[in-house]
Design a protein around this ligand. Structure first.
Ligand code: ATP
Ligand code: TZE
Ligand code: MG
Length: 539
């Protein structure tokens, strides 16, 4: 055995599949191209093959791996691994129990295990450091290589749960590779999002099958994957430089850019909100388009300064919503996500979770019920789309906002008498293995307040329209601007407009009209009448 198990590089783990080789290539030639261009670990996986042929192939691949100083792992066949003296074995949940595998292969061989759930991590932790060396965390996304998947795809949030379980159970020895449906379009996002909540652990690597095995040019494909791992900065949208203080200068700058650039804000939103949202968008100097048409999302996303408001209050078909997320992520244009009624019903939770795992969001905005349940700080069901009505602890709501920002690596907004805005974007940086170092409770968060304005909660879709306003601001600012500043500006101006409107209205009918007028005034005159809205930086 040439390898010290502690020093294995898990960053780019190639799992073979000889059923998908393009014409003119062989398993050997594809693995070789991978090794020449940055694959750090190889797993031989052959499902329908005679033992004699498997051994012959394994010996050939083993020689190849040895010449690159890369460990070879054998899938499932412990006998084959022992027979050829492979560097490790990988087993699934339905294969031989791990303690028996360890007994057979001895202390030095690498053992990998497929893991998808917290309880499996707990078992592994109980066994201690001498059993499992690494886990394949998955399946992350749907994949064609698993014909009959037993588990639903877990998404990045499921992988975060597994990382959290490793931290909670102090399984520090155990390395992790994400597996399942990982491709260049989503790898950066997965690496960026998948950090344990304490900030101490990120994925150690990713595992790919088809991107190399089925590639007509496996060398170029591997180089491309290697590039994503070696340049860990996810430019999902322009993140800009963080300004040290958000001030009325910042607000004026953002408003000036929005009204000059007049962003097109595509709304996929509920029927209740559509008309008011379009008027709010116009009031803040932007152009609304209400469209739920799959065929045009890509074209719209390519328009300079386009932004998407995705509000799940009443919904377009799932495939339309997913295509929209794909389009705006591809064009690196911002998406504001409003998970309306997130915990009202199981169906809503599932729909929102499905969408949240499908892409990267610039901002996630919700009311107190939505944010507390997204942060898993309450299990109480929402009453429809209403905000939480009980007594709320400011510290807890701020923490929930931070957890949501951190988990989804986004700017999170929680509305109410106090609006909280937390920045979990980390400038798009990500790290393999070691995490970000800081946890959710340490990320920047501000509280925005202008006294109690209960009438703001007494008109329908006022939260949804804050979503429109945020989308206008993140869409309208120049590429070098900071998104957190743009979101904070939207929230501050919206609160200011609410305050002005509340002093000018006679009831919730005229409040609607006054809110539009006040927004119009603030954005068009860009000389805010009253900056009584306060912004407090939380420690
Ligand atoms: N008591 C309050 N005092 C001050 N501002 C409030 C108050 N309640 C709500 N707001 C403001 O009203 C807007 C909507 O917040 P709310 O939490 O009611 O959203 P929501 O429940 O998502 O609304 P909807 O679902 O009707 O669109 C936010 O801008 C928020 O700051
Ligand atoms: C009332 C209502 N129902 C679904 S969405 C919506 C708008 C406020 O969220
Ligand atoms: Mg809402």
């Amino acid at each position: 055995m040439v390898f010290n198990k502690e020093n294995v590089d898990y960053s780019l783990y190639l799992v073979t599949d000889s059923s998908m080789l393009p014409d003119g290539t062989t398993l050997y030639s594809q693995v070789k191209a991978g090794l020449e261009n940055g694959v750090t670990l190889v797993q031989l996986r052959e499902k329908d093959i005679e033992t004699k042929d498997f051994i012959r192939e394994a010996v050939e691949v083993q020689k190849l791996c040895q010449s690159f100083n890369v460990p070879l792992i054998i899938n499932d066949r412990i006998d084959v691994a022992l027979a050829i003296g492979a560097d490790g074995v990988h087993v699934g949940q339905d294969d031989m129990p791990i303690p028996m595998v360890r007994k057979l292969v001895g202390p030095d061989m690498i053992i990998g295990w497929s893991v998808g759930f917290r309880h499996e991590v707990e078992t592994l932790a109980e066994w201690g450091p001498d059993m499992v060396d690494y886990i394949g965390v998955g399946t992350i996304f749907p994949t064609l290589t698993k014909k009959n998947p037993k588990k639903a795809p877990m998404g990045p949030q499921g992988a975060i749960e597994v990382l959290n379980a490793l931290e909670d159970n102090k399984a520090h020895w155990c390395r992790t590779v994400a597996i399942g449906g990982l491709h260049p379009v989503n790898i950066e996002r997965v690496l960026y999002q998948c950090v344990s909540s304490n900030g101490q652990r990120a994925l150690d690597g990713i595992s790919v099958v088809s991107d190399i095995m089925a590639a007509p040019d496996a060398a170029a494909a591997t180089k491309n994957l290697r590039h994503l791992l070696d340049n860990p900065s996810y430019k999902f949208v322009n993140l800009g430089l963080k300004s040290e203080t958000v001030s009325s200068e910042t607000y004026r700058e953002v408003v000036g850019q929005v009204t000059r650039n007049r962003p097109l804000v595509q709304h996929m939103t509920n029927k209740v909100h559509q008309n008011f949202g379009a008027n709010v968008t116009l009031a803040v100097g932007s152009s609304p388009i209400m469209s739920e048409v799959k065929e045009e999302v890509h074209e719209l996303a390519r328009i300079p300064h386009a932004a998407l408001l995705l509000n799940t209050g009443s919904v377009a078909p799932l495939d339309v919503l997913r295509e929209a997320i794909t389009a705006y992520n591809k064009e690196k244009r911002p998406i504001v996500f409003d998970p309306v009624g997130y915990s009202a019903t199981e169906a809503r939770r599932l729909l929102n979770d499905t969408l949240l795992s499908h892409g990267q969001f610039t901002c996630i905005k919700g009311n107190t019920s939505e944010i507390l349940s997204l942060a898993k700080l309450t299990t109480e069901k929402m009453k429809g789309v209403d905000a939480f009505t009980g007594q709320l602890d400011k510290v807890m709501v701020a923490q929930a906002t931070r957890v949501v920002a951190y988990t989804y690596k986004t700017v999170a907004v929680c509305t109410g008498e106090y609006d909280f805005v937390a920045d979990g974007t980390f400038g798009g940086r990500y790290y393999l293995s070691c995490g970000l170092g800081i946890s959710a409770k340490d990320i920047p968060c501000v509280a925005i307040h202008n006294g109690s304005i209960p009438i703001m909660g007494d008109i329908t879709a006022s939260g949804c329209s804050l979503g429109s306003t945020i989308a206008c601001c993140v869409g309208g600012v120049a590429p070098e601007s900071n998104l957190f500043d743009a979101v904070v500006t939207a929230v501050v101006l919206y609160k200011t407009a609410g305050k002005l409107a509340s002093t000018r209205c006679q009831g919730n009918g005229s409040f609607n009209v006054q809110l539009l007028d006040a927004l119009y005034q603030l954005f068009h005159e860009n000389c805010p009448a009253t900056w009584s809205t306060s912004l407090e930086r939380l420690s």
